[in-house]
Design a protein around this ligand. Structure first.
Ligand code: AOF
Ligand code: ZN
Length: 337
């Protein structure tokens, strides 16, 4: 069965919007739109998190049974082929009598993939559309599927001479308000935010995302690494998402966070924690705020990251360079290209 290209492209864009209504967690965000053979929207759906109906089943549930016969399902992810917490979507689409399925990206799961082939074998027309855009919706989830851990961004602010604080440890403020506003948007864009106990003791950060004009910005869950106790009156104890504590085995902690649905982690301080993530090869992206100031002295942004000799230097690839008021933002990945 041939599709209706214009209606299908619009429906896929709509399905991507619907996907974002779902929560980030252990399951991917998925959206679905059901079209009549002449390209009218019959129903919309999205996945509301593990244990709840998948997007295509949610969309089908909005239709009268006879409407689904001969319809086209537009889904941002390949319909699953497994019985997990819910039944296989490929079978649900077959039973409903859907004649055509258009999806954006393949399901990477060993058990859950194969829905497209299953549908095709049963005589349903299957096509793939807007793959890159579909992958972008669930980029962090796909990263977790591939690596078992959240994607990690390590952030720091520094003087031009590479210091994170003055000799006495004071560090507020090195950068200006534009850079700090940017940091709050970055906090909100991550599922969790990590600091060491040293930073909690020195700076008493709130670790909330405070964005002008957006009181409902998503808040990252604080994760405090280290062995020292968090003071009873520490600001992090009043964080709206609570907080969790973590130990020294970074990889293990990351696996645990991913198992609890954390797809991205923002490592915000300080030098000890940033260095530990870099030394362990667990930093994927760096965001470095450079302030046009000099501090000198011993408080460098990093301590030992395992580089003994110049052959071991950690080459980065700069992915973005931006001026934020008086400061510069350098974004880099640890992947060499
Ligand atoms: C779909 N449509 O809306 C979603 C899919 O065990 P479950 O039921 O929670 O299934 C989770 C897996 O199903 C998940 O890892 C991914 O492979 C797929 N997600 N598939 O057909 C959806 N959310
Ligand atoms: Zn499914």
């Amino acid at each position: 069965m041939a599709g209706n290209p214009v209606a299908e492209r619009d429906a896929m864009a709509r399905a991507r919007e619907l996907a974002h209504r779902g929560p980030r967690g252990v399951n991917p965000q998925v959206g679905a739109v059901i079209l009549s053979p002449d390209g009218r929207v019959l129903g919309e759906g999205w996945h509301r998190g593990a244990g709840t109906p998948h997007a295509e089943v949610d969309a089908l549930s909005r239709l009268r049974p006879e409407e689904a016969r001969g319809a086209t399902a537009i889904v941002t992810l390949e319909p699953c082929n497994h019985t997990g917490r819910t039944g296989p979507c490929a079978e649900a689409l077959l039973e409903a009598g859907v004649a055509r399925v258009v999806y954006a990206c393949d399901d990477p799961g060993d058990a859950s993939s194969g829905g497209a082939a299953r549908l095709q074998a049963a005589g349903v027309a299957v096509a793939r559309l807007d793959e890159a855009e579909g992958e972008a919706v669930i980029a962090d989830w796909l990263f977790v599927q591939r690596t078992g851990r959240p994607r990690v961004t390590v952030k720091w602010a520094q003087s031009l001479d590479g210091r994170a604080a003055a000799a006495d440890g004071s560090s507020q403020w090195i950068t200006g308000p534009q850079a700090r506003a940017h940091v709050h948007r970055e906090r909100s864009a991550h599922d969790a935010i990590a600091v060491g106990t040293g930073t909690v003791l020195a700076d008493d950060p709130k670790l909330t995302a405070r964005i002008d004009g957006d009181a409902d910005a998503p808040q990252p869950m604080p994760v405090v690494f280290g062995t020292r106790a968090i003071p009873v009156d520490a600001a992090v104890r009043r964080h709206p998402r609570g907080h969790r504590t973590a130990g020294h085995d970074l990889e293990r902690e990351l696996f645990g966070l991913a198992a609890d649905g954390v797809q991205s982690l923002y490592v915000e301080g300080g030098p000890t924690l940033a260095s530990a993530f870099l030394a362990a090869g667990l930093a994927d992206r760096l965001t470095i705020y450079l302030a046009p100031t000099l501090l000198g002295g011993p408080r460098t942004v990093l301590d030992d990251i395992g580089v003994r000799t110049i052959d071991e230097q950690r080459r980065l690839t700069v992915t973005r360079l931006e001026q934020l008021g008086p400061d510069l933002l350098v974004e880099a990945t640890t992947e060499e290209v």
